[in-house]
Ligand binder design. Structure first.
Ligand code: COA
Length: 320
């Protein structure tokens, strides 16, 4: 039994914000942002929410898979920016699409979240508990950015990506994941502070902070090793892989991973130029773009890899 991706969908907010737009409201430039990151524009929410984009992405993935709501056993949303602490985004999706039989819950593994959700679905399938799942990465990161901190806010965007996965004869061939909580503070966003009657402190808003260079070093060392491990486990070589769909954090990270693996950058499709970094949503949105652009053919071997906050990472090799 293997876990196969049988449909993909995504949803981006309507409003495009270019680097030039940002340079009108803060001290930055298209040259600084695009040369260091590869990002040219991102979409930011106005009326959209994490749930509204997730619902659209889910419906597109189900349509693409030819699967109806009553076939879904499990819904997992990877997010750090759910609209509510409770109910979960996955429960909101369940209600909206009418997947009454499904069990629904959210997980937090930051930018690796979609990869962790894939692995959870795989474990459920292997144990025989469930057969069909809807898994998503969905974020409204613009809500947790400090818009006075130009070193972080220019990097991130909003959006949702979904995949329908099913127990099948082919699909996920190997998986690798890990966490390094000791280094977690290099990319952090604190939750609400204690404001109970014992302390009565004023509530400060908390935003994302990042040590960009430490995150960069983590990514360029951890991701190639993780990819090598999944390839070894699957008995494959880098030459056997048709595409490497990586978390879209920074073009320099992607170029460095390609170089370390000795693979042409052409095998690393990107969406970060028009999406920015959308944390857990990056990998499924990229996968949906590849799928809808006709890049993915049955039998192709694809590597997926997510990495980021926690710190966490997860890589998979699958047959399409
Ligand atoms: N526009 C213009 N200047 C900016 C800026 C912006 N948006 N943000 C920062 N700067 C300035 C800094 O203030 C600094 O100025 P100074 O030298 O006068 O102090 C200068 O640019 C260099 O900043 P630095 O942080 O050293 O740049 P860098 O080369 O490390 O690049 C990142 C910064 C964030 C692009 C880079 O570290 C990176 O990509 N890290 C990985 C981040 C990431 O991918 N995170 C998500 C992982 S899931």
């Amino acid at each position: 039994m293997r876990t196969r991706i049988i449909g993909t969908g995504s949803c981006l907010p309507e409003t495009v914000v270019t680097n030039d737009d940002l340079s009108k409201i803060m001290d930055t430039s298209d040259e600084w942002i695009s040369s260091r990151t590869g990002i040219r524009e991102r979409r930011l929410v106005k009326e959209e929410t994490t749930a509204s984009m997730s619902i659209k992405a889910s419906m597109r993935a189900m349509e693409n898979a030819g699967v109806s709501a009553d076939e879904i056993d499990l819904i997992i949303v990877a997010t750090i920016t759910g609209d509510y602490v409770t109910p979960s985004t996955s429960c909101e999706i369940q209600a909206a699409i009418g997947a009454d039989r499904a069990v629904a819950f959210d997980i937090n593994a930051a930018c690796s979240g979609f990869m962790f959700a894939l692995h959870i679905a795989d474990a459920y399938f292997k144990s025989g508990i469930y057969k069909t799942a809807l898994i998503l990465g969905a974020e409204t990161l613009s809500r947790i950015m400090d818009w006075n901190d130009r070193s972080t806010c220019v990097l991130f965007g909003d959006g949702a990506g979904a995949a329908v996965v099913r127990a099948d004869e082919t699909g996920l061939l190997a998986y690798d994941q890990g966490s390094d909580g000791a280094r977690g503070k290099v990319l952090a966003c604190r939750n609400r502070k204690n404001n109970n009657p014992l302390v009565k402190k004023p509530m400060d808003m908390e935003y994302t902070s990042m040590d960009g260079q430490e995150v960069y070093k983590f990514a360029v060392t951890t991701v190639p090793s993780s990819i090598k491990r999944v390839l070894d486990e699957a008995g494959l070589k880098v030459e056997d892989i048709d595409y490497f769909a990586l978390h879209q954090a920074n073009i320099r990270i992607i170029q460095s991973v390609a170089k370390r693996l000795k693979v042409s950058e052409d095998k690393f499709p990107t969406s970060l130029d028009h999406c920015g970094n959308i944390s857990a949503a990056s990998v499924p949105i990229l996968l949906d773009e590849m799928n809808r652009n006709g890049l993915l053919k049955p039998g192709m071997k694809i590597v997926l890899s997510g990495f980021g906050g926690g710190l966490t990472w997860g890589s998979a090799v699958l047959e399409w």
